[in-house]
Design a protein around this ligand. Structure first.
Ligand SMILES: NC(=O)C1=CN([C@@H]2O[C@H](COP(=O)(O)OP(=O)(O)OC[C@H]3O[C@@H](n4cnc5c(N)ncnc54)[C@H](O)[C@@H]3O)[C@@H](O)[C@H]2O)C=CC1
Ligand SMILES: O=C(O)CCC(=O)C(=O)O
Length: 444
Protein backbone atom coordinates (compact mmCIF):
# COMPACT_ATOMS: atom_id res chain seq x y z
CA UNK A 1 0.00 0.00 0.00
CA UNK A 2 1.31 3.50 -0.77
CA UNK A 3 2.42 5.66 2.16
CA UNK A 4 -0.40 8.16 1.52
CA UNK A 5 -3.08 5.43 1.56
CA UNK A 6 -1.60 3.93 4.70
CA UNK A 7 -1.78 7.27 6.54
CA UNK A 8 -5.30 7.97 5.27
CA UNK A 9 -6.45 4.63 6.67
CA UNK A 10 -4.76 5.32 10.01
CA UNK A 11 -6.40 8.74 10.26
CA UNK A 12 -9.88 7.26 9.85
CA UNK A 13 -9.18 4.39 12.28
CA UNK A 14 -7.58 6.61 14.90
CA UNK A 15 -10.09 9.47 14.72
CA UNK A 16 -13.49 7.83 14.30
CA UNK A 17 -16.63 9.97 13.96
CA UNK A 18 -14.68 12.98 12.66
CA UNK A 19 -15.85 13.10 9.00
CA UNK A 20 -14.83 16.72 8.38
CA UNK A 21 -11.31 15.99 9.62
CA UNK A 22 -11.08 12.91 7.38
CA UNK A 23 -12.29 15.01 4.43
CA UNK A 24 -9.71 17.75 4.98
CA UNK A 25 -6.85 15.26 5.38
CA UNK A 26 -7.96 13.30 2.30
CA UNK A 27 -8.07 16.42 0.16
CA UNK A 28 -4.57 17.44 1.21
CA UNK A 29 -2.84 14.06 1.14
CA UNK A 30 -4.40 13.01 -2.18
CA UNK A 31 -2.98 16.08 -3.84
CA UNK A 32 0.43 15.61 -2.19
CA UNK A 33 0.81 12.10 -3.60
CA UNK A 34 3.26 13.15 -6.27
CA UNK A 35 5.45 15.06 -3.77
CA UNK A 36 5.31 12.24 -1.24
CA UNK A 37 6.16 9.61 -3.85
CA UNK A 38 9.29 11.54 -4.78
CA UNK A 39 10.48 11.41 -1.14
CA UNK A 40 8.68 8.29 0.05
CA UNK A 41 11.54 6.53 1.83
CA UNK A 42 12.61 9.52 3.90
CA UNK A 43 9.09 10.69 4.72
CA UNK A 44 8.09 7.19 5.81
CA UNK A 45 11.18 6.74 7.99
CA UNK A 46 10.57 10.12 9.63
CA UNK A 47 6.80 9.39 9.98
CA UNK A 48 6.41 12.80 8.45
CA UNK A 49 2.77 12.42 7.41
CA UNK A 50 1.78 10.79 10.71
CA UNK A 51 3.27 13.79 12.52
CA UNK A 52 1.56 16.21 10.15
CA UNK A 53 -1.91 14.77 10.81
CA UNK A 54 -1.48 14.51 14.60
CA UNK A 55 -2.06 17.79 16.46
CA UNK A 56 0.81 18.83 18.72
CA UNK A 57 -1.75 19.45 21.47
CA UNK A 58 -5.55 19.30 21.89
CA UNK A 59 -7.17 21.13 24.77
CA UNK A 60 -10.79 20.45 25.73
CA UNK A 61 -12.40 22.18 28.69
CA UNK A 62 -15.59 22.96 30.58
CA UNK A 63 -17.12 26.43 30.15
CA UNK A 64 -19.75 27.14 32.83
CA UNK A 65 -21.65 30.45 32.76
CA UNK A 66 -24.85 31.91 34.16
CA UNK A 67 -27.70 32.95 31.83
CA UNK A 68 -30.08 35.89 32.34
CA UNK A 69 -32.55 33.72 34.26
CA UNK A 70 -29.88 32.76 36.79
CA UNK A 71 -29.56 29.27 35.30
CA UNK A 72 -26.06 27.78 34.99
CA UNK A 73 -25.22 26.65 31.45
CA UNK A 74 -22.30 24.41 30.51
CA UNK A 75 -20.52 24.43 27.15
CA UNK A 76 -17.40 22.68 25.88
CA UNK A 77 -14.36 24.70 24.83
CA UNK A 78 -11.59 23.55 22.47
CA UNK A 79 -8.20 24.70 21.28
CA UNK A 80 -6.28 22.48 18.89
CA UNK A 81 -2.64 23.55 18.57
CA UNK A 82 -1.91 21.70 15.40
CA UNK A 83 1.51 22.62 14.07
CA UNK A 84 4.07 25.19 15.21
CA UNK A 85 6.86 24.39 12.72
CA UNK A 86 6.85 27.82 11.09
CA UNK A 87 5.51 30.04 13.88
CA UNK A 88 3.20 30.40 16.89
CA UNK A 89 -0.17 28.69 16.50
CA UNK A 90 -2.60 31.01 14.73
CA UNK A 91 -6.25 30.56 13.86
CA UNK A 92 -9.74 31.60 14.85
CA UNK A 93 -12.28 30.61 17.48
CA UNK A 94 -15.62 29.32 16.22
CA UNK A 95 -18.73 29.75 18.38
CA UNK A 96 -21.55 27.65 16.91
CA UNK A 97 -23.74 24.83 18.25
CA UNK A 98 -22.31 22.43 15.64
CA UNK A 99 -18.75 22.73 16.99
CA UNK A 100 -17.05 19.49 18.06
CA UNK A 101 -13.46 18.24 18.15
CA UNK A 102 -13.56 16.89 14.57
CA UNK A 103 -14.63 20.26 13.18
CA UNK A 104 -11.96 22.13 15.11
CA UNK A 105 -9.36 19.60 13.91
CA UNK A 106 -10.35 20.01 10.26
CA UNK A 107 -10.12 23.78 10.61
CA UNK A 108 -6.77 23.58 12.44
CA UNK A 109 -5.35 21.23 9.82
CA UNK A 110 -6.39 23.53 6.97
CA UNK A 111 -4.88 26.44 8.86
CA UNK A 112 -1.37 24.89 8.74
CA UNK A 113 -1.20 25.12 4.95
CA UNK A 114 -3.12 28.39 4.68
CA UNK A 115 -0.82 30.12 7.13
CA UNK A 116 2.21 28.78 5.31
CA UNK A 117 0.86 30.12 2.00
CA UNK A 118 0.72 33.65 3.42
CA UNK A 119 4.54 33.63 3.59
CA UNK A 120 4.30 34.91 7.18
CA UNK A 121 5.66 33.15 10.31
CA UNK A 122 2.47 31.61 11.70
CA UNK A 123 1.70 28.00 12.61
CA UNK A 124 -1.70 26.31 12.51
CA UNK A 125 -4.32 26.19 15.26
CA UNK A 126 -8.05 26.60 15.79
CA UNK A 127 -10.51 26.61 18.65
CA UNK A 128 -14.03 27.35 19.69
CA UNK A 129 -17.05 26.10 21.53
CA UNK A 130 -20.55 24.72 20.97
CA UNK A 131 -21.90 27.95 22.52
CA UNK A 132 -24.41 29.76 20.27
CA UNK A 133 -24.19 33.57 20.52
CA UNK A 134 -27.39 33.89 18.47
CA UNK A 135 -30.28 35.19 20.55
CA UNK A 136 -28.11 35.75 23.65
CA UNK A 137 -27.97 39.09 25.46
CA UNK A 138 -24.68 41.02 25.56
CA UNK A 139 -24.36 40.11 29.23
CA UNK A 140 -24.74 36.40 28.48
CA UNK A 141 -22.16 36.60 25.69
CA UNK A 142 -19.79 38.37 28.08
CA UNK A 143 -20.34 35.75 30.80
CA UNK A 144 -19.55 32.99 28.33
CA UNK A 145 -16.48 34.75 26.88
CA UNK A 146 -15.04 35.46 30.33
CA UNK A 147 -15.47 31.86 31.44
CA UNK A 148 -14.03 30.57 28.15
CA UNK A 149 -10.96 32.80 28.45
CA UNK A 150 -10.47 31.99 32.16
CA UNK A 151 -9.42 28.50 31.04
CA UNK A 152 -7.99 29.26 27.59
CA UNK A 153 -5.60 31.93 28.91
CA UNK A 154 -3.39 29.21 30.42
CA UNK A 155 -2.46 27.94 26.97
CA UNK A 156 -2.12 31.04 24.77
CA UNK A 157 0.15 34.10 24.53
CA UNK A 158 1.46 36.64 22.01
CA UNK A 159 4.43 34.38 21.12
CA UNK A 160 2.83 30.96 21.60
CA UNK A 161 -0.75 30.90 20.31
CA UNK A 162 -2.79 33.84 19.02
CA UNK A 163 -6.51 33.13 18.44
CA UNK A 164 -8.90 35.36 16.46
CA UNK A 165 -12.49 35.40 15.16
CA UNK A 166 -14.38 32.89 13.04
CA UNK A 167 -18.08 31.99 12.75
CA UNK A 168 -19.92 33.53 15.71
CA UNK A 169 -16.83 35.33 17.03
CA UNK A 170 -16.72 38.97 15.98
CA UNK A 171 -15.50 42.22 17.48
CA UNK A 172 -17.82 41.98 20.52
CA UNK A 173 -16.60 38.51 21.54
CA UNK A 174 -12.91 39.33 20.91
CA UNK A 175 -13.29 42.43 23.13
CA UNK A 176 -14.72 40.45 26.06
CA UNK A 177 -12.06 37.77 25.70
CA UNK A 178 -9.21 40.28 25.49
CA UNK A 179 -10.46 42.05 28.64
CA UNK A 180 -10.52 38.80 30.59
CA UNK A 181 -7.06 37.70 29.36
CA UNK A 182 -5.55 41.03 30.44
CA UNK A 183 -7.28 40.85 33.80
CA UNK A 184 -6.11 37.31 34.62
CA UNK A 185 -2.65 37.28 33.05
CA UNK A 186 -1.81 40.92 33.78
CA UNK A 187 -0.38 41.26 30.28
CA UNK A 188 -1.28 43.88 27.68
CA UNK A 189 -0.11 41.98 24.61
CA UNK A 190 -1.24 40.97 21.15
CA UNK A 191 -2.70 37.66 22.30
CA UNK A 192 -5.75 37.96 20.06
CA UNK A 193 -6.24 39.49 16.63
CA UNK A 194 -9.35 41.12 15.24
CA UNK A 195 -9.23 43.48 18.21
CA UNK A 196 -11.03 46.84 18.23
CA UNK A 197 -9.04 49.80 16.93
CA UNK A 198 -8.96 51.47 20.37
CA UNK A 199 -7.03 48.60 21.97
CA UNK A 200 -4.53 47.27 19.44
CA UNK A 201 -6.57 46.17 16.44
CA UNK A 202 -5.41 46.66 12.87
CA UNK A 203 -7.17 48.76 10.28
CA UNK A 204 -8.48 46.56 7.45
CA UNK A 205 -8.62 43.34 9.53
CA UNK A 206 -12.44 43.49 9.49
CA UNK A 207 -12.47 43.73 5.68
CA UNK A 208 -9.43 41.51 5.08
CA UNK A 209 -10.87 38.07 4.37
CA UNK A 210 -13.51 39.32 1.95
CA UNK A 211 -11.25 41.89 0.29
CA UNK A 212 -8.41 39.35 0.11
CA UNK A 213 -10.73 36.83 -1.55
CA UNK A 214 -11.49 39.35 -4.28
CA UNK A 215 -7.86 40.44 -4.79
CA UNK A 216 -7.01 36.77 -5.19
CA UNK A 217 -9.98 36.04 -7.48
CA UNK A 218 -9.25 39.05 -9.67
CA UNK A 219 -5.65 37.84 -10.15
CA UNK A 220 -6.66 34.23 -10.77
CA UNK A 221 -9.16 35.29 -13.42
CA UNK A 222 -6.47 37.47 -14.99
CA UNK A 223 -4.08 34.48 -15.14
CA UNK A 224 -6.85 32.63 -16.97
CA UNK A 225 -7.45 35.48 -19.41
CA UNK A 226 -10.67 36.74 -17.83
CA UNK A 227 -11.81 40.00 -16.24
CA UNK A 228 -13.99 40.19 -13.14
CA UNK A 229 -15.42 43.50 -14.30
CA UNK A 230 -18.98 42.99 -15.55
CA UNK A 231 -19.34 39.49 -14.08
CA UNK A 232 -22.47 38.40 -12.22
CA UNK A 233 -21.60 36.79 -8.90
CA UNK A 234 -23.34 34.53 -6.35
CA UNK A 235 -22.17 34.85 -2.75
CA UNK A 236 -23.40 32.65 0.11
CA UNK A 237 -23.32 33.78 3.73
CA UNK A 238 -24.05 37.19 5.19
CA UNK A 239 -21.34 37.40 7.82
CA UNK A 240 -17.91 38.97 8.00
CA UNK A 241 -16.43 37.24 4.96
CA UNK A 242 -19.52 37.54 2.75
CA UNK A 243 -20.20 41.23 3.46
CA UNK A 244 -16.72 42.44 2.54
CA UNK A 245 -16.44 40.03 -0.39
CA UNK A 246 -19.63 41.57 -1.81
CA UNK A 247 -18.37 45.09 -1.18
CA UNK A 248 -15.01 44.53 -2.91
CA UNK A 249 -16.58 42.61 -5.82
CA UNK A 250 -18.82 45.60 -6.46
CA UNK A 251 -15.86 47.99 -6.22
CA UNK A 252 -14.14 45.87 -8.89
CA UNK A 253 -17.12 46.25 -11.22
CA UNK A 254 -18.93 42.94 -10.67
CA UNK A 255 -22.60 42.56 -9.73
CA UNK A 256 -23.33 40.33 -6.71
CA UNK A 257 -26.94 39.13 -6.76
CA UNK A 258 -27.22 36.79 -3.73
CA UNK A 259 -26.51 36.45 0.00
CA UNK A 260 -27.70 33.82 2.51
CA UNK A 261 -27.91 32.89 6.16
CA UNK A 262 -28.66 29.63 7.93
CA UNK A 263 -32.41 29.90 7.25
CA UNK A 264 -32.73 31.42 3.77
CA UNK A 265 -31.30 33.47 0.93
CA UNK A 266 -31.96 36.63 -1.02
CA UNK A 267 -31.80 37.33 -4.74
CA UNK A 268 -31.40 40.98 -5.65
CA UNK A 269 -31.37 41.48 -9.43
CA UNK A 270 -30.03 45.02 -9.03
CA UNK A 271 -27.05 43.92 -6.92
CA UNK A 272 -26.89 43.38 -3.14
CA UNK A 273 -27.13 46.56 -1.08
CA UNK A 274 -24.13 46.24 1.27
CA UNK A 275 -25.26 49.05 3.59
CA UNK A 276 -28.59 47.26 4.13
CA UNK A 277 -26.84 43.93 4.68
CA UNK A 278 -24.49 45.48 7.24
CA UNK A 279 -27.34 47.07 9.12
CA UNK A 280 -29.36 43.83 9.22
CA UNK A 281 -26.46 41.58 10.20
CA UNK A 282 -23.94 43.76 12.06
CA UNK A 283 -26.25 46.21 13.84
CA UNK A 284 -29.63 44.46 14.27
CA UNK A 285 -28.21 40.88 14.27
CA UNK A 286 -31.45 39.97 12.43
CA UNK A 287 -32.55 37.49 9.74
CA UNK A 288 -32.28 38.08 5.99
CA UNK A 289 -36.09 38.18 5.80
CA UNK A 290 -35.58 41.87 6.69
CA UNK A 291 -33.72 42.56 3.43
CA UNK A 292 -36.95 42.99 1.46
CA UNK A 293 -37.84 45.99 3.68
CA UNK A 294 -34.78 47.76 2.27
CA UNK A 295 -34.99 46.42 -1.31
CA UNK A 296 -38.58 45.82 -2.46
CA UNK A 297 -37.33 44.47 -5.83
CA UNK A 298 -35.50 41.57 -4.17
CA UNK A 299 -36.77 38.05 -3.47
CA UNK A 300 -36.40 36.09 -0.21
CA UNK A 301 -36.43 32.27 -0.28
CA UNK A 302 -36.42 29.85 2.63
CA UNK A 303 -33.72 27.15 2.65
CA UNK A 304 -30.79 26.78 0.25
CA UNK A 305 -30.70 27.93 -3.38
CA UNK A 306 -27.91 30.42 -3.97
CA UNK A 307 -26.16 28.07 -6.41
CA UNK A 308 -29.23 27.73 -8.63
CA UNK A 309 -28.84 31.31 -9.87
CA UNK A 310 -27.14 31.82 -13.24
CA UNK A 311 -23.79 33.49 -12.53
CA UNK A 312 -20.25 33.76 -13.92
CA UNK A 313 -18.56 33.47 -10.54
CA UNK A 314 -19.51 31.68 -7.29
CA UNK A 315 -18.03 32.65 -3.93
CA UNK A 316 -19.13 30.33 -1.09
CA UNK A 317 -18.58 32.35 2.10
CA UNK A 318 -20.79 30.68 4.75
CA UNK A 319 -19.59 27.35 6.14
CA UNK A 320 -18.18 23.88 5.38
CA UNK A 321 -19.86 21.53 2.89
CA UNK A 322 -22.44 24.07 1.72
CA UNK A 323 -21.82 23.48 -2.01
CA UNK A 324 -22.82 19.92 -2.96
CA UNK A 325 -22.49 17.85 -6.13
CA UNK A 326 -26.02 18.85 -7.24
CA UNK A 327 -25.08 22.51 -6.81
CA UNK A 328 -21.89 22.00 -8.82
CA UNK A 329 -23.92 20.44 -11.65
CA UNK A 330 -26.28 23.39 -11.61
CA UNK A 331 -23.43 25.90 -11.68
CA UNK A 332 -21.80 24.11 -14.62
CA UNK A 333 -25.11 23.88 -16.49
CA UNK A 334 -25.53 27.62 -15.98
CA UNK A 335 -22.10 28.36 -17.47
CA UNK A 336 -20.31 29.38 -14.26
CA UNK A 337 -16.62 30.09 -14.99
CA UNK A 338 -15.04 30.03 -11.53
CA UNK A 339 -15.61 29.07 -7.91
CA UNK A 340 -13.36 30.65 -5.28
CA UNK A 341 -13.87 29.60 -1.67
CA UNK A 342 -14.25 32.34 0.94
CA UNK A 343 -15.31 29.88 3.66
CA UNK A 344 -13.25 26.94 4.88
CA UNK A 345 -13.96 23.76 2.88
CA UNK A 346 -17.40 24.90 1.68
CA UNK A 347 -17.29 22.57 -1.35
CA UNK A 348 -17.64 18.81 -0.90
CA UNK A 349 -14.95 16.57 -2.44
CA UNK A 350 -17.42 15.27 -5.07
CA UNK A 351 -18.49 18.79 -6.02
CA UNK A 352 -14.86 19.95 -6.26
CA UNK A 353 -14.01 17.06 -8.56
CA UNK A 354 -17.04 17.73 -10.77
CA UNK A 355 -16.20 21.42 -11.11
CA UNK A 356 -12.57 20.67 -11.97
CA UNK A 357 -13.51 17.99 -14.50
CA UNK A 358 -15.93 20.37 -16.17
CA UNK A 359 -13.43 23.15 -16.71
CA UNK A 360 -14.50 25.47 -13.89
CA UNK A 361 -11.59 27.41 -12.36
CA UNK A 362 -11.61 26.23 -8.74
CA UNK A 363 -9.63 27.88 -5.93
CA UNK A 364 -9.58 26.27 -2.46
CA UNK A 365 -10.25 28.30 0.68
CA UNK A 366 -6.83 27.76 2.13
CA UNK A 367 -5.45 29.96 -0.65
CA UNK A 368 -8.42 32.18 -1.47
CA UNK A 369 -9.45 33.15 2.08
CA UNK A 370 -5.94 33.50 3.53
CA UNK A 371 -6.24 37.30 3.59
CA UNK A 372 -7.90 37.23 7.01
CA UNK A 373 -5.17 35.37 8.79
CA UNK A 374 -2.48 37.22 6.82
CA UNK A 375 -3.85 40.52 8.09
CA UNK A 376 -4.00 39.04 11.58
CA UNK A 377 -0.28 38.41 11.26
CA UNK A 378 0.11 42.05 10.21
CA UNK A 379 -1.83 43.00 13.36
CA UNK A 380 0.68 40.92 15.38
CA UNK A 381 3.57 42.82 13.75
CA UNK A 382 1.98 46.17 14.60
CA UNK A 383 1.40 45.07 18.21
CA UNK A 384 5.04 43.94 18.52
CA UNK A 385 6.39 47.25 17.31
CA UNK A 386 3.73 49.22 19.26
CA UNK A 387 2.71 51.08 16.10
CA UNK A 388 -0.33 51.16 13.85
CA UNK A 389 -0.29 51.34 10.10
CA UNK A 390 -2.83 53.22 7.96
CA UNK A 391 -5.69 51.44 6.20
CA UNK A 392 -3.92 51.86 2.86
CA UNK A 393 -0.61 50.48 4.17
CA UNK A 394 -2.33 47.32 5.40
CA UNK A 395 -4.52 47.02 2.31
CA UNK A 396 -1.52 47.28 -0.05
CA UNK A 397 0.31 44.56 1.91
CA UNK A 398 -2.84 42.39 1.87
CA UNK A 399 -3.19 42.74 -1.88
CA UNK A 400 0.48 41.83 -2.45
CA UNK A 401 0.13 38.77 -0.23
CA UNK A 402 -2.97 37.55 -2.09
CA UNK A 403 -1.41 38.10 -5.51
CA UNK A 404 1.70 36.19 -4.37
CA UNK A 405 -0.38 33.31 -3.02
CA UNK A 406 -2.17 33.11 -6.34
CA UNK A 407 1.06 32.88 -8.33
CA UNK A 408 2.78 30.49 -5.90
CA UNK A 409 -0.24 28.18 -6.10
CA UNK A 410 -0.29 28.38 -9.90
CA UNK A 411 3.49 27.77 -10.14
CA UNK A 412 3.43 24.79 -7.75
CA UNK A 413 0.70 23.11 -9.82
CA UNK A 414 2.73 23.68 -13.00
CA UNK A 415 5.98 22.41 -11.41
CA UNK A 416 4.32 19.06 -10.73
CA UNK A 417 2.62 18.82 -14.13
CA UNK A 418 -0.87 19.66 -12.84
CA UNK A 419 -1.44 23.03 -14.48
CA UNK A 420 -4.76 24.56 -13.47
CA UNK A 421 -5.27 22.17 -10.54
CA UNK A 422 -5.25 24.83 -7.84
CA UNK A 423 -6.20 22.42 -5.05
CA UNK A 424 -2.96 20.55 -5.69
CA UNK A 425 -1.02 23.78 -6.22
CA UNK A 426 -2.17 25.31 -2.90
CA UNK A 427 -1.56 22.14 -0.93
CA UNK A 428 1.90 21.60 -2.40
CA UNK A 429 3.00 25.23 -1.99
CA UNK A 430 1.76 25.28 1.63
CA UNK A 431 3.26 21.88 2.44
CA UNK A 432 6.77 22.57 1.11
CA UNK A 433 7.64 25.23 3.69
CA UNK A 434 6.13 23.32 6.62
CA UNK A 435 7.97 20.12 5.69
CA UNK A 436 11.23 21.97 5.30
CA UNK A 437 10.85 23.49 8.79
CA UNK A 438 9.72 20.20 10.36
CA UNK A 439 12.66 18.37 8.87
CA UNK A 440 15.17 21.01 9.99
CA UNK A 441 13.83 20.91 13.56
CA UNK A 442 14.30 17.15 14.00
CA UNK A 443 11.87 14.60 15.38
CA UNK A 444 9.54 16.76 17.49
N1 LIG B 1 -13.68 35.72 9.63
C1 LIG B 1 -12.54 35.42 9.03
O1 LIG B 1 -11.59 36.19 9.05
C2 LIG B 1 -12.39 34.13 8.30
C3 LIG B 1 -13.44 33.25 8.15
N2 LIG B 1 -13.28 32.15 7.37
C4 LIG B 1 -14.37 31.22 7.15
O2 LIG B 1 -15.42 31.89 6.46
C5 LIG B 1 -16.69 31.32 6.79
C6 LIG B 1 -17.61 32.39 7.31
O3 LIG B 1 -17.03 32.98 8.48
P1 LIG B 1 -17.45 34.43 9.01
O4 LIG B 1 -18.00 35.24 7.91
O5 LIG B 1 -16.30 34.92 9.77
O6 LIG B 1 -18.57 34.04 10.06
P2 LIG B 1 -19.84 34.90 10.50
O7 LIG B 1 -20.31 34.29 11.77
O8 LIG B 1 -19.55 36.34 10.44
O9 LIG B 1 -20.86 34.58 9.33
C7 LIG B 1 -21.21 33.30 8.96
C8 LIG B 1 -22.35 33.42 7.99
O10 LIG B 1 -22.67 32.16 7.43
C9 LIG B 1 -24.01 31.86 7.67
N3 LIG B 1 -24.12 30.45 7.95
C10 LIG B 1 -23.60 29.76 8.98
N4 LIG B 1 -23.96 28.48 8.90
C11 LIG B 1 -24.71 28.40 7.77
C12 LIG B 1 -25.37 27.35 7.13
N5 LIG B 1 -25.36 26.12 7.64
N6 LIG B 1 -26.04 27.62 5.97
C13 LIG B 1 -26.06 28.86 5.45
N7 LIG B 1 -25.44 29.90 6.04
C14 LIG B 1 -24.80 29.66 7.16
C15 LIG B 1 -24.41 32.66 8.89
O11 LIG B 1 -25.78 32.91 8.94
C16 LIG B 1 -23.60 33.93 8.67
O12 LIG B 1 -24.27 34.79 7.84
C17 LIG B 1 -16.36 30.19 7.77
O13 LIG B 1 -16.16 29.00 7.03
C18 LIG B 1 -15.04 30.63 8.38
O14 LIG B 1 -14.31 29.55 8.90
C19 LIG B 1 -12.11 31.91 6.70
C20 LIG B 1 -11.06 32.76 6.81
C21 LIG B 1 -11.08 33.87 7.70
O1 LIG C 1 -7.20 35.65 11.73
C1 LIG C 1 -6.93 34.58 12.20
O2 LIG C 1 -6.02 34.35 12.99
C2 LIG C 1 -7.75 33.36 11.87
C3 LIG C 1 -8.60 33.41 10.67
C4 LIG C 1 -9.21 32.06 10.51
O3 LIG C 1 -9.70 31.48 11.45
C5 LIG C 1 -9.16 31.41 9.23
O4 LIG C 1 -8.30 31.74 8.42
O5 LIG C 1 -9.96 30.49 9.00
Amino acid sequence: MSYVDEVLEKVVAKNPAEPEFHQAVKEVLESLRVVVEANEEKFRKDALLERLVEPERQIKFRVPWVDDKGQVQVNTGYRVQFNSAIGPYKGGLRLHPSVNLGIIKFLGFEQIFKNSLTGLPIGGGKGGSDFDPKGKSDREVMAFCQSFMTELCKYIGADTDVPAGDIGTGAREIGYMFGQYKRIRGLYEGVLTGKGLSYGGSLARTEATGYGLLYFTEELLKINGKDIKGMTVAVSGAGNVAIYAIQKAQQLGAKVVTASDSTGWVYDPDGIDVAALKEIKEVKRARLTEYKNYRPNSEYHEGRGVWSVKVDLALPCATQNELHLEDAKQLVANGCLAVCEGANMPTTLEATQYLQENGVIFAPGKAANAGGVATSALEMSQNSERLSWTFDEVDVKLKNIMVNICHNMDDAAKRYGMEGNYVAGANIAGFEKVVDAMTAQGIV
